[in-house]
Design a protein around this ligand. Structure first.
Ligand code: HPA
Length: 280
């Protein structure tokens, strides 16, 4: 990073990223989308698409985890401008939460009014099955850190943002309605975010169940908090790639997580393709 850049505030860096994306893609984005493990291929469905590797966007870190392509694809679905992140930055990779959530700030400044967060998650609730989708109705931030910690820039939002409705109820209704039209079961549930990268122990899963979690993962929550801070509406959908540790008598395998994501991809894509045009 140049000396000049490093003197910029977070807001100015996010603006710089947004301007760079705008210059490359030639347009703003109404809807921002983060595609989780195994779900990245949805971005290939966008029309008039411009793909920008994260390495070419100032301020963006680089994705290191397998199954994440690490690029932003800006394009259209039925005339709605969408900016889709193929891969995200995770806390467990060693990034700070500021780095993890930087793209959300940049996409908000690019004009995004809605953020759709997708992820792979382990299922705790027995009503969930491997391969099912869960609509996130609320979350538990168990990362031990908050992305808004530190000086607050009022250009983004207030110091103490309300989190009583992180996942927009009207957007949840749209998702439920569209899932219904596809004959797809989409249950609401609480998503718990842990730092990872180790999967949970069965004792931790029992603890999470007692705390009210339905699914567990290692992402999404920091991005959702930053989006709400800046006034972007959030829709969250988890792909249950496995049952959480100790639920079934079998170990959790990252390859299985990726493969389940890929198996569900077409259904997931169909749901997103129906939901996005309804978000205006
Ligand atoms: N735990 C945490 N994160 C995950 C899991 C899990 O079981 N599956 C996919 N991401």
């Amino acid at each position: 990073m140049s000396e000049e850049l490093s003197r910029d505030t977070l807001y100015e860096r996010a603006e710089h990223a947004a301007r760079t994306i705008h210059a490359r893609a030639g347009e703003e984005a109404r809807v921002a989308l983060v595609l989780g493990s195994g779900l990245g291929a949805f971005a290939d469905d966008l029309e008039d698409a411009t793909a920008i590797p994260y390495a070419e966007i100032p301020g963006f870190a680089r994705s290191t985890v397998e199954g994440h392509a690490g690029r932003l694809v800006v394009g259209k679905i039925e005339n709605v401008a969408v900016a889709a992140m193929q891969g995200r930055f995770h806390f467990y990779e060693g990034y700070t939460l500021e780095e993890v959530t930087f793209p959300v700030r940049a996409l908000a400044l690019l004009g995004a009014k809605t953020l759709i967060l997708t992820n792979a998650a382990g299922g705790l609730n027995n009503a969930l099955k491997q391969g099912s989708l869960m609509l996130i109705s609320d979350h538990l931030n168990l990362l031990g850190e908050n992305p808004l910690r530190g000086a607050n820039d009022a250009r983004f939002g207030v110091r103490f943002p309300d989190m009583s409705e992180v996942y927009d109820r009207a957007l949840q209704e749209i998702a439920i309605c569209e899932a219904h039209a596809l004959n797809l079961e989409l249950r609401r549930g609480v998503y718990a975010a842990l730092a990872g990268p180790s999967y949970e122990t069965p004792a931790e899963i029992r603890m999470l169940r007692a705390l009210g979690a339905d699914a567990v993962g290692m992402s999404t929550v920091p991005e959702a908090i930053v989006a709400r801070h800046v006034g972007v509406k959030v829709l969250g959908i988890s792909c249950i790639t496995n049952m959480a540790a100790g639920v079934l008598d079998q170990p959790i395998d990252h390859q299985e997580v990726i493969e389940t994501g890929e198996r569900v991809r077409a259904t997931f894509a169909e749901l997103l393709r129906r939901v996005i045009p309804k978000l205006q």
